[in-house]
Design a protein around this ligand. Structure first.
Ligand code: FAD
Length: 500
């Protein structure tokens, strides 16, 4: 027997805490490792974080959660992508769909084939070749079959919009039936030993809770990782200056649409996340360009439907901890870092952090190499997502406010600048396995803001022009035909998983 962990203590019962407990109790079943979660009745969870990306489906599967139960318990709707309104210039919009766009033609990236067809004088929209965008446009939906019958069914992906508070409750209930030990208490002190490892926690009833390993899910403050271990924070506000959000919930005016809406505003952007029972709304803004009062007024004057609660302002600092894993402590969720929610990636990063953690699972030797390997991987994930979010700002052509004029000349990380430069030359995006945003995602944003490369791949010139037109046309027809067979998103929800 190796020097195995005997216990893990998760501190915090928000989305991150309960996701960690759910996945770990599934994966660690039979290991003998005791899993405890401490949550405070006195410190509220953040209560936002309702739009996800397709990896939520992987989390659900890996955690052996019944999808229908989860959808019904969280009043969830399906999400096929994000509609960006007024982003490039006011009055225009584009869509970032999940999944693949087009079917590769004779081994060539479909985007390159499409570029060649444009150069040949054909006129078509990039999104006509996206199954998810076509479904979203027609508000149709069907779960992707486990064994797709054709390339269209195999090409789309979907995620969920879900009620954050109900999600934590649902996962908590599940964990209690699976043997997770829940303690309701507020952690008053974190005791660190002489090696700077966390030894135990002092709870508000005066008791002491020790564990081999701790997962800090205490939200922005990072009670363990920052206040006790002081790992430090990389502040990325110079790239992404939005640092506050105001949120409200509204009554639905119509059945939920299967996409999130992100609308650019004077000092940032606002979201609308449609659930089955209500809509979540928020305005993310930069405080140097907009006061809280202005932000609240903007949000209240742009939402539709009866307002259900008081506006709530949430400050944040875009960035991440210098180390997400330090000694015997892992930081998860907002305790680990936060990138503004433009591409709904925070819950994805919770899942991704857990996946890397399981791959690099420690024993009580706490090998430094293992931690370093993990930190390298998660750093790459944060950086990739950071760059993708910056892409939306630095390519906007809006000049109608101080924020958008600032964006015209904003600092851009070298990793992103070189990507954009290569794309502009010949439409290629350097991509490696393990990256979350596919080339199709990059193409969707760049096409949305009307940035096209100067050239296409030279070998496409060998391709017969008529054949190319025919193949592209077939692609489009196959998508249309397949989507026509699907029920409306509303009917699908009502028939298969209406909110409880
Ligand atoms: P929290 O929800 O803050 O939970 C912290 C927990 O720690 C609470 O249970 C609290 O009681 C407990 N706690 C704190 N201190 C103590 C203590 N001393 N003792 C015991 N317990 C303690 N993510 C997405 O994926 N999609 C989105 O669309 C999205 N939108 C967002 C919009 C905004 C404006 C913000 C700020 C975030 C958004 N996020 C989004 C991120 C998402 O909300 C979080 O990633 C997610 O909710 C996880 O939060 P958390 O569990 O880390 O923290």
């Amino acid at each position: 027997m190796q020097n195995a962990l005997r216990s893990i203590c998760i501190v915090g019962g928000g989305t991150a805490g309960w996701m960690a407990a759910t996945l770990l109790c599934t994966v660690l079943r039979g290991s003998g490792i005791k899993l405890t979660l401490v949550e405070s009745a006195d410190i509220a969870s953040i209560g936002v974080g309702e739009s996800t990306v397709p990896s939520i489906m992987d989390f659900i599967q890996a955690s052996q959660i019944n999808l229908k139960d989860l959808i019904q318990a969280t009043s969830a709707s399906f999400k096929l992508g994000i509609r960006f309104a007024d982003w490039s210039v006011p009055g225009e919009e584009f869509f970032h769909p999940f999944g693949r766009t087009g079917k590769d033609i004779n081994g060539f990236d479909f985007y390159q084939a499409w570029l060649k067809s444009l150069a040949d004088g054909q006129d078509s929209n990039w999104l006509d070749y996206s199954p998810a965008a076509t479904m979203a446009e027609q508000q149709r939906f069907m779960l992707r079959p486990q064994h797709p019958n054709n390339w269209v069914q195999a090409s789309y992906a979907h995620a969920l919009h879900l009620d954050a508070i109900q999600l934590a409750r649902f996962l908590r209930q599940l964990c209690l039936t699976r043997g997770v030990n829940r303690i309701e208490a507020t952690v008053k002190e974190v005791i660190v030993d002489q090696r700077s490892f966390i030894q135990s926690l002092t709870l508000d009833d005066g008791s002491n809770l020790s564990s081999d390993f701790f997962i800090d899910c205490t939200g922005f403050k990072g009670l363990l990782i920052e206040q006790a271990l002081q790992v430090g924070y990389q502040d990325w506000s110079h790239y992404l200056p939005c640092n506050r959000a105001v949120t409200i919930q509204t009554e639905n005016q119509a059945p939920p649409v299967p996409y999130t809406v992100a609308t650019a505003r004077q000092a940032g952007w606002s979201w609308a996340i449609p659930l089955q029972h209500r809509t979540g709304n928020g305005y993310v803004y930069a405080s140097q360009f907009c006061s809280d009062e202005e932000a609240i007024d903007t949000l209240l004057s742009t939402v539709t439907g009866k307002v259900l609660n008081q506006p709530s302002v949430i400050p944040f600092v875009t960035g991440k901890r210098n180390k997400i894993w330090q000694r015997n402590c892992l930081a998860l969720g907002l305790a680990g870092g936060f990138l503004e929610p433009l591409e709904s990636t925070a819950i994805h990063l919770v899942y991704k952090t857990l996946v890397h953690f399981i791959q690099h699972f420690p024993d009580r030797d706490f090998d430094q190499d293992v931690q370093d390997g993990f930190n390298l991987k998660i750093d790459q994930d944060y950086q990739e997502i950071r760059d993708f979010i910056i892409l939306h700002y630095c390519t906007s052509k809006r000049q109608d406010s101080t924020l958008w004029r600032w964006c015209q000349d904003m600092p851009v990380p070298e990793t992103l600048a070189s990507k954009i430069a290569l794309f502009k030359q010949r439409g290629q995006i350097p991509h490696s396995s393990g990256q979350f945003f596919s080339c199709d995602s990059w193409y969707a944003i760049l096409e949305g803001v009307k940035i096209r490369p100067n050239k296409y791949h030279p070998l496409l010139d060998a391709f017969n022009r008529q054949d190319l037109v025919r193949l592209l046309d077939e692609n489009r027809q196959q998508i249309r035909a397949e989507v026509q067979k699907m029920p409306s998103h509303h009917d699908y929800l009502q028939t298969h998983c209406p909110a409880r």
